[in-house]
Design a protein around this ligand. Sequence first.
Ligand SMILES: [Zn+2]
Length: 112
Amino acid sequence: MNENYEKMKEKLLDRKRALEELIKGLSQEKVTDSEVQDPGDQAAAATSEDIIISLQANEYEELRMIDKALKAIEDGTYGACQDCGNPIAEKRLLLYPNATRCITCQELSEER
Ligand SMILES: [Zn+2]
């Protein structure tokens, strides 16, 4: 296995742990908010709960990407662009370990 992939795996696992902590923290915050009884506070709580849910959705999405990248490392398919199949530049992978597209395809997909 490419030794850079080992480094990326470490990075991915670190990020995964951080995300899991973050999600855990957000869930606890939600429980506290729902205990608020005052009607005015309840409205505020509902808003912050919405924010927390959308934040959590982002974290879960990133977690999903990380799991996919980790699985690809295991399978030996990591680092191949999902669109064109060309290898993704290692410099890019070190910056964005859960990138699934090469820079060319990423730019194309963002233009769409
Ligand atoms: Zn590509």
